[in-house]
Design a binder for this molecule. Structure first.
Ligand code: NDP
Length: 277
């Protein structure tokens, strides 16, 4: 398994599992649980969830999927911006831990920037860290100017990642945020790495993938995995698709394929505001 090293030296799988929209439909639950467990077997041991997802339904599903094998998992959850005050962050984390059936998170993220000052949220994260409730913290959906502000806030140097929208059709961060993060040794977590499935409808991508015996999903994920210090967290509730996506780890991109992808999905030519889903 390709790994990405966090600022504290911890290596995590470069391919993990997203869980937005999971745990919400009763009829889908058995297959979703089987999918997450299959992912763990295949080494996709980083699982991303959030208190927002199904208002706790995703965390409850993940808790059930990892029961008895918590130590194998690198568990990521997120706090709502409106819960990101000193006291509410700690209470929100406790609720997430209960739903997940665990005593600690490996990474706890501020889901997006709200009105609570960074300093207050950082203080809560550091308290949770001291109490052993979280191992490290990070942020999500922060553009470069917010990251610059965060990194100069007292304690802000402790940030472990920025989880942002990044895929072939959303390359804006390559202009500024990605180089900035790289210069600081800060990994990026790419969410919606197949653009919530929309990339798979791209005929040219499908044609290029098929020419090499891959699917469009595999090529799109392989492109993200080919980046330096980027973690991809695709979501699927189906075992067959999970296995298909995991095989992206075996795809090796050549300079010709990279160039063909650049022609189909050009890199940014200037600064663009960070997009968010
Ligand atoms: P993804 O790009 O991962 O796409 C997920 C969609 O693609 C689902 O509808 C899934 O369907 C489908 N899919 C997955 N694999 C395949 C395949 N091989 N063939 C066909 N269809 C496929 O989008 P997400 O928005 O879910 O992003 C991934 C994760 O990132 C989220 O689940 C969440 O954990 C995180 N995220 C974080 C955000 C943030 O603000 N921090 C925002 C958005 C996402 P099915 O499940 O039916 O197989």
């Amino acid at each position: 398994m390709k790994t990405v090293t966090l600022p504290d030296g911890t290596a995590v799988p470069a391919l993990g599992m997203g869980t937005w929209m999971m745990g919400e439909a009763r009829g889908a639950r058995a297959e979703e649980l089987a999918t997450l467990r299959r992912g763990l077997e295949l080494g996709l041991t980083l699982i991303d969830t959030a208190e927002m997802y199904g208002e706790g339904a995703s965390e409850r599903l993940v808790g059930e999927a990892i029961a008895g094998r918590r130590d194998e998992v690198f568990l990521v959850s997120k706090v709502y911006p409106h819960n990101a005050t000193r006291a509410r962050t700690i209470a929100a984390c406790e609720r997430s831990l209960t739903r997940l059936g665990t005593d600690r998170l490996d990474l706890y993220l501020l889901h997006w920037r709200g009105s609570v000052p960074f300093a207050e949220t950082i203080e809560a994260f550091e308290t949770l860290k001291r109490d052993g409730k979280i191992r490290r913290w990070g942020v999500s959906n922060l553009d470069l100017v917010d990251m610059a502000e965060l990194s100069t806030t007292p304690g802000g140097e402790g940030v472990g990642t920025d989880q942002v929208l990044y895929n072939l059709s959303r390359r804006g961060i390559e202009w500024d945020l990605l180089p900035w993060a790289k210069a600081r040794g800060l990994p990026i977590m790419a969410y919606s790495p197949i653009e919530q499935g929309r990339l798979l409808a791209d005929r040219e991508l499908a044609r290029l993938a098929a020419a090499h015996g891959w699917t469009a999903a595999q090529l799109a994920l392989a492109w993200v995995l080919d980046r330096d210090r980027v973690i991809a967290i695709p979501k699927t509730g189906h075992r067959a698709r999970l296995e298909e996506n995991a095989a992206a780890l075996d795809v090796r991109l050549t300079p010709e394929i990279r160039a063909a992808l650049d022609a189909l999905f050009p890199p940014p030519r200037g600064s663009t505001p960070l997009e968010m889903l």
